[in-house]
Design a protein around this ligand. Structure first.
Ligand SMILES: [Zn+2]
Length: 275
């Protein structure tokens, strides 16, 4: 078994001969910012699976529960700060060798760390969209509206990556769920829910970048969600070298020529920032 510093040297050499890297990041990049991962080291669910779009649209109780939890979880998401992993990607982009950063995260932390070449594959939590009229509004404005519609309503909770939090069922029943101010329709954060597809134009943009890349780096993703894994499959089919930095197993391990099982922030900082 190679030591961490030997693996790090391998990654430095791997990065040194790349000029246009396509990077894919996932929940493991944001855990150090206090946004928990959905899956454990074996790729299994750590907690109950997230909300499915069909239930969200059709079941009032599911809709209300989602928004009650999101209301509680929002302050924690807005106070989460970028960590070493986000800063490493921003520094890497600044030195010109990162072609595109595709993230499965919906927290906007890459952008807050200074990254510009980001494609939010699964959308962003800070925008809300009406499922009926399509109106797009700021999540922060909705938070204020929810506070006004639910005076005195409070709950203690822990938060999941999509801003979903665990709270008492009776409290949830007393929560006034939001509706579109324009048409009264259902509101959804502008993120891809389970059971929904990633919008086609995002894939087109990502595939275009991948076709111009000379390597693929995966950081902090178990690749259990196919929307991310497909990039690894495509890169492999195109003969691109693939490196993966992730704590624990990923679905792309067999396709990678380099795999580092360690902390994403510490590894990328050592390999990129302090190189
Ligand atoms: Zn509407």
């Amino acid at each position: 078994m190679a030591t961490f510093s030997e693996r790090l040297d391998e990654l430095r050499r791997w990065l040194a001969c790349r000029r246009r890297v396509f990077a894919l990041t996932g929940a493991g990049c944001s855990t150090a910012s206090g946004i928990p991962d959905y899956r454990d080291d074996q790729g299994a669910w750590k907690r109950r699976p997230p909300v499915m779009i069909q239930a969200f649209r059709s079941q009032e109780a599911v809709y209300r529960r989602y928004w009650a939890r999101a209301y509680v979880g929002w302050p924690r998401l807005t106070t989460a700060a970028p960590n070493a992993a986000h800063r490493a990607f921003a520094a890497w982009e600044a030195n010109g060798k990162l072609l595109r950063l595709v993230t499965q995260n919906v927290d906007g932390l890459h952008q807050r760390a200074g990254s510009r070449a980001v494609l939010d594959l699964h959308g962003r939590l800070d925008i809300v969209v009406c499922l009926d009229c399509g109106a797009r509004t700021a999540r922060s404005a909705l938070q204020a509206a929810l506070a006004a519609a639910n005076p005195g309503w409070q709950a203690e909770a822990s938060t999941a990556p999509d801003g979903d939090a665990d709270i008492d069922a009776a409290l949830i029943e007393s929560f006034a769920a939001p509706h579109c101010e324009r048409c009264g329709g259902l509101l959804k954060p502008d993120v891809v829910f389970f059971g929904e597809n990633v919008p086609r134009e995002r894939y087109v943009s990502a595939f275009d970048a991948l076709s111009r890349a000379d390597a693929l780096l995966v950081a902090g993703s178990s690749l259990m969600v196919y929307s991310g894994f497909r990039f690894v499959k495509l890169a492999h089919e195109a003969g691109l070298p693939i490196a993966i930095v992730n704590r624990g197993f990923t679905r792309g391990d067999d396709l990678a020529e380099l795999k580092i099982e360690d902390d994403v922030g510490a590894t990328l900082t050592a390999a990129i920032v302090t190189n």
